[in-house]
Design a protein around this ligand. Structure first.
Ligand code: HEM
Length: 462
């Protein structure tokens, strides 16, 4: 039976305020509000942002599949993403249609499973180097550590850029510009960038700082006669199928900025959440240590360990279930469309939420408990598609999904080989903050303890 063969009543939802609709509830408690909508109103709930924007929250895996896969051509990314345009331009995350398809074709080969194993050694080296400076019983701001580490990994693997002390040059302005982009996303009335508000000035200033670093990096590479096989090399050598033209500096800059942003914040959050969850679940931590000790022991971790670390992989999957860094996906209908018998109009906004789906008891027993074992025996394959979808799906599925999995597993393995990580004793209550990604609110302060004295000696290669 096709969608047009039957018709549902119009979806129901809570009564909203005349002017603001449900914007306030959504902004003040995004996760709680969406969870409530799914519980109270079922597969499709209707709300409103502002006086006119109809919004439908879909929480059924088959309907999610239709939005992301079967009928994806009827949707564009929603206007939230426009708030990121000054930062990301026409890069992969924000572009649409032909530009998006062309860029995706171009960039995809660098993320093939077969290709990303080449990055594993860099991931290990950068991590081992980074964590070797940690002192026994030292307190660290782990959320910042994971951001710097992930930024270092993405810069080196994608652009052969050694960040070392360069975190301030890139990390700090990326962080500042994202903070303001989120504010822009969440205000009903976005003032154009030329209006000299404090936020606009700060936003433009951080983008300018990023541009200075990135353009000078591109110029340096253009002047370099040597051929590079990294992402920057791929972007610079690419020629358009039709006009044979190379990408302009602006296009290369947009892709670079996109990969920097999309490729570090998400993985950093997975790692921070995982370390937090482990600190709260010593039984899981012990099993992790056992796996690390039996697979890696006292030698340096190697790329080949990745496939053998199955329990570590399950820990990462379970961490992304409980705290999915990409916790929400939004789309805008580009034409009238019927999904599962519900009629949506051109201009309607559709919201999907990994967070809500990943906490549904019909798919996950005791959804709030941290239980990596549930991912054993190909558990994901037994679920309806899109009950678990940390990387989105369809034409716009995360291009870095295999890269991110490998990175998270290897970084966690390197850390767990050496350290036991505890939450600082006087820590504030840990809560998720739904920003562009789902991050721990006010960060995480953690104590790093040596697991074994012997790791203070240089490790040996096998
Ligand atoms: C655990 C880490 C990660 C998570 C949870 C994650 C999640 C996501 C999700 C949910 C989307 C889809 C957004 C949508 O449909 O609106 C996405 C898109 C994207 N991600 Fe990731 N991501 C991760 C790591 C990475 C990494 C490491 C990279 C790059 C190296 C990356 C690059 C991208 C790009 C470029 C897109 C846009 C793809 C397109 O529209 O064609 N991500 N990611």
């Amino acid at each position: 039976m096709s969608d047009t063969d039957f018709s549902h009543d119009s979806p129901k939802g809570p009564k909203g305020k005349l002017i603001t609709g449900h914007s306030k509830e959504f902004i003040s408690d995004t996760l709680g509000f969406l969870t409530h909508l799914a519980k109270e109103y079922g597969d499709v709930a209707k709300i409103r942002f502002g006086p006119f924007q109809n919004v439908y929250f879909i929480s059924n895996p088959d309907l999610i599949k239709q939005v992301l896969v079967t009928k994806q051509k009827s949707f564009l990314k929603s206007k939230d993403f426009h708030a990121l345009k000054p930062l990301l331009g026409e890069g992969l995350l924000t572009s649409e249609k032909e530009i998006h398809m062309r860029q995706r074709r171009l960039i995809q080969p660098a993320f093939k499973k077969s290709h990303i194993s080449n990055y594993a050694q860099d991931m290990i080296d950068i991590t081992m180097n980074y964590i070797s400076t940690w002192k026994n019983r030292e307190e660290r701001i782990m959320t910042e550590d994971m951001m710097s580490l992930a930024l270092g990994i993405i810069s080196k693997t994608m652009f052969s850029m050694d960040l070392k002390e360069g975190y301030d040059e890139l990390g700090e302005p990326i962080e500042a510009s994202m903070r303001i982009a989120v504010k822009r996303m969440r205000t009903l009335l976005q003032l154009p960038l030329w209006v000299p508000t404090k936020n606009n000035r700060e936003f433009k200033n951080s983008i300018q700082r990023l541009d200075t670093v990135i353009y000078s990096f591109i110029e340096k590479r253009r002047a370099d006669a040597e051929r590079h096989e990294d992402m920057l090399g791929i972007l610079m050598e690419a020629r358009d199928d039709e006009d044979g033209l190379a990408m302009t500096n602006q296009q290369v800059r947009d892709e670079l900025m996109t990969i920097f942003l999309a490729g570090h914040e998400t993985t950093a959050n997975v790692l921070s959440w995982t370390l937090y969850l482990l600190s709260q679940h010593p039984d899981v931590e012990t099993k992790l240590f056992n796996e690390i000790d039996s697979v890696i022991g006292n030698r340096n971790p190697t790329p080949g360990d990745y496939m053998k670390l199955t329990y570590t992989q399950n820990i990462i999957m379970e961490s992304m279930r409980i705290y999915p860094p990409g916790y929400i996906v939004s789309r805008k209908a580009e034409e009238d469309v019927v999904i599962g018998g519900y009629h949506f109009k051109k201009g309607d906004m559709i919201l999907l939420s990994q967070y809500v789906m990943h906490h549904k008891p019909e798919y996950f027993d005791n959804p709030d408990s941290f239980n990596p074992e549930r991912f054993e025996n190909n558990f994901v394959k037994t679920l309806p598609q899109f009950a678990y979808f940390p990387f989105g799906g369809g034409a716009r599925v995360c291009i870095g999904n295999h890269f991110a999995m490998m990175e998270a597993v290897l970084v966690l393995a390197c850390i767990a080989q050496r350290y036991r990580i505890r939450l600082a004793p006087d820590h504030h209550e840990v809560k998720p903050l739904p920003s562009i990604t789902l991050r721990p609110k006010r960060g995480l302060r953690m104590i790093v303890e040596d697991r074994k004295e012997s790791f203070r000696e240089p490790l040996v290669d096998e």
